[in-house]
Design a protein around this ligand. Structure first.
Ligand SMILES: C[S@@+](CC[C@H](N)C(=O)[O-])C[C@H]1O[C@@H](n2cnc3c(N)ncnc32)[C@H](O)[C@@H]1O
Length: 275
């Protein structure tokens, strides 16, 4: 980006981003915008943020909006992130659903799944549970969604470099659930991969995915305004089956929604049951 970002351009970009994907930029994040968009501006021969905003307004089939959203989202993730949500699944939720479901399908939604580590971790825990309790929870479906096409591509491929594999995955699980691939990476095995279906979904738009027993919505609401967060949590509530559970990120909580969700203390960790 050749020109400095003017205050007007910055305000207009903040509005664009919030409307497009909910992300609320702070007042002094010009450096972040500059560094994340530099390559896009160069590739499109644009000189300023203002020129980019003008181009984004033009009708047409350009994928520029997607590319900008991709660049501005934070896709940081790892296997079994924070550990306790997966322990809670293994020790509390899966046994509970194994009793309650009577072999009817169990549906889990990983909303904002990034490159797939979260839904695949859920799938591994489910597979481990089934090995210990043969015949139980035979029909488990994990739906994993994200706004970003590029992270979904990685997730669907299910192949990870050693560096990514090393983040949160135990050697035992690596050995059990991955096979080394021809180009030096690690490929998730079909039995885990086939449990997860990836779809593109913007959390700001309608959810046409049916109802779920467990929803993980982790480390994405932190980027949104309080009002938007409330709106999304209300719509997630509508996507849960009766007595379904919501799992949030470690630094996220529910404020002012105690009429919708009941807090369940799990020592360690907190989850929320649909009221
Ligand atoms: C930090 S990652 C969290 C990944 C995973 N849930 C975890 O906790 O490790 C946040 C993800 O949210 C996605 N995201 C951001 N805005 C979104 C939106 N409006 N709708 C759906 N996904 C969104 C990003 O593309 C990114 O992959």
């Amino acid at each position: 980006m050749k020109a400095e970002i003017t205050p007007q351009e910055y305000e207009a970009f903040k509005t664009f981003l919030q409307d497009a994907c909910g992300i609320l930029l702070g007042d002094n994040k010009q450096y972040l915008v500059k560094s994340r968009l530099r390559r896009i501006l160069e590739e499109n021969s644009l000189n300023s943020l203002g020129e980019l905003l003008e181009r984004l307004k033009r009708p047409g089939r350009s994928n520029l909006k997607e590319v900008v959203i991709d660049a501005m989202t934070t896709n940081e993730t790892l296997w079994f992130r924070d550990n306790h949500p997966f322990r809670i699944l293994q020790e509390k939720l899966l046994p509970e659903f194994a009793e309650r479901k009577n072999n009817q399908p169990l549906r889990i939604w990983s909303a904002a799944c990034s490159t797939g580590q979260e839904p695949y971790s859920v799938a591994m825990v489910t597979e481990e549970f089934r090995r210990n309790r043969p015949g139980r929870l035979r029909d488990v479906k994990i739906v994993a969604t994200d706004i970003s096409k590029s992270v979904l591509e990685v997730a669907r491929r299910g192949e990870y470099e050693m560096l990514a594999i090393g983040r949160g995955l135990s050697p035992e699980r690596q050995k059990q659930f991955f096979a080394s691939s021809a180009n030096g990476g690690w490929q998730i095995k079909p039995q885990i991969k086939s449990m997860v279906e990836f779809k593109e979904l913007n959390l700001l738009e309608r959810y046409l995915l049916g109802k779920f027993d467990v929803i993980l919505c982790r480390n994405v609401l932190i980027y949104f305004s309080a009002d938007l967060k409330k709106d999304i949590l209300t719509r997630l509530h509508a996507s849960l089956n009766p007595d379904g559970y919501l799992i949030l990120g470690a630094s996220e909580s529910l404020n002012g929604l105690s009429h919708l969700y009941e807090m369940v203390q799990c020592h360690p960790g907190i989850i929320y049951r649909k009221k």
